[in-house]
Design a protein around this ligand. Structure first.
Ligand code: 5GP
Ligand code: MN
Length: 339
């Protein structure tokens, strides 16, 4: 039996929101990842099957390797369709906020969501949620927002309304946020949930191929360049980092998503406990930072203290507004940090 992780009170509150709504907008975080898109489209499938009018909105472009998902082409990017999104938000009676814990994680879209008159529900697994929604379902111990979407659908007796496409989306989200079930995935329930998703007829092996064997040739060459030329391993600090400027990215015909997961790779080096990636943003003048760690070394603390960010214990991120040389200096300091 799948245990009741989500409280009965929260399930009842969400059930009422789902029963009463007609026009739903589902939003997720900037630079959406597999869990963001998977949880959003999974919930979209369920609510659509229940006869609701549903729109999925993302703050900006999301990676090509997630576009195989059913109706991914119907996802609306706020940075391109601002007026259209505002209209959908104005007419919405429910906004579902997925895989994020504070409006800032939606950039400009955050303000639109906060000001909306619709009821709001947050479904998330990040620490310290900002409770700006009417109902907050926040379980940092969950593997993914996608797992929580499943638990809600299951908990309110809605499994019959979860389509095969919805099950594929949820599997994709759980799979990507756990590194193909290699971290954050010791909860036995996860495998009971996967069993339910398989009963919906999903081909989990094909989903993994769709996500992970779908990269560009540029990514492979860029990966070679990062590992051979750019990676700095600071063995005595058990840390590794690399940096990439916009010019370097463009040499490899970089498109969004090409660097997905690369920050995890240095953790495969014996003794390395923390890995940091510095990458110049291709849209705005800033450096995007990703931090990964193993065991109890807190990546989120490092992201908070040095990179204006936060996140989970072992996967966190942030941003720097400075030159790459300065960002490298900050990173060298971060590597010396003892929590
Ligand atoms: P990524 O490195 O994949 O961009 O982000 C990993 C995790 O770090 C995300 O799931 C999110 O929890 C967190 N994260 C990334 N960027 C930020 C940020 O700017 N602020 C906060 N608070 N968390 C972030
Ligand atoms: Mn997530």
């Amino acid at each position: 039996m799948i245990t009741n992780k989500i409280s009965v009170g929260e399930l009842e509150a969400v059930k009422k929101l789902f029963d009463d709504c007609h026009n739903v907008v589902i939003v997720t975080h900037t630079s959406a990842d597999g869990d963001a898109i998977g949880s959003a489209l999974g919930l979209y499938e369920y609510l659509k099957k229940r006869g609701k009018s549903v729109k999925v909105v993302v703050p900006n472009y999301f990676p090509d390797f997630l576009r195989w998902m059913t109706d991914a082409d119907k996802i609306i990017s706020y940075n391109i369709h601002r007026k259209m999104v505002q209209t959908y938000v104005d007419y919405a009676d429910l906004i579902c906020v997925l895989d994020l814990n504070e409006p800032k994680r939606m950039e400009d879209l955050g303000d639109v969501v906060v000001k909306a008159r619709a009821k709001k529900v947050m479904i998330d697994h990040h620490l310290n949620p900002d409770c700006f929604c009417d109902v907050t379902v926040s379980y940092p111990s969950a593997s993914s927002a996608s797992e929580l979407v499943f638990r809600i659908i299951y908990g309110i007796g809605g499994l019959a309304h979860l389509t095969k496409a919805g099950a594929e989306d949820i599997y994709a989200g759980m799979c990507t946020d756990t590194g193909k079930f290699s971290f954050n995935s010791n909860d036995p329930d996860i495998f009971l949930i996967i069993a339910e998703l398989l009963k919906k007829g999903i081909d989990k092996d094909k989903i993994v191929r769709n996500i992970y064997n779908n990269f560009t040739e540029g990514r492979f060459k860029l990966l070679g360049y990062v590992l051979y030329e750019k990676l700095k391993v600071v063995a005595d600090k058990h840390a590794a980092y690399f940096s990439l400027t916009k010019d370097e990215l463009s040499r490899f015909n970089y498109i969004k998503g090409d660097m997905e997961g690369v920050v995890n790779m240095p953790l495969e080096i014996k003794g390395v406990r923390m890995s940091i990636s510095l990458r110049e943003d291709t849209e705005k003048p800033r450096i995007l930072v990703s931090v990964r760690s193993v065991d109890d070394f807190p990546a989120n603390k490092v992201a908070e203290v040095f990179f204006n960010g936060g996140g989970h214990l072992n996967a966190a991120g942030g941003m720097l507004y400075c030159s790459m040389a300065e960002a490298i200096e900050i990173t060298e300091k971060a590597i010396n940090y003892q929590p």
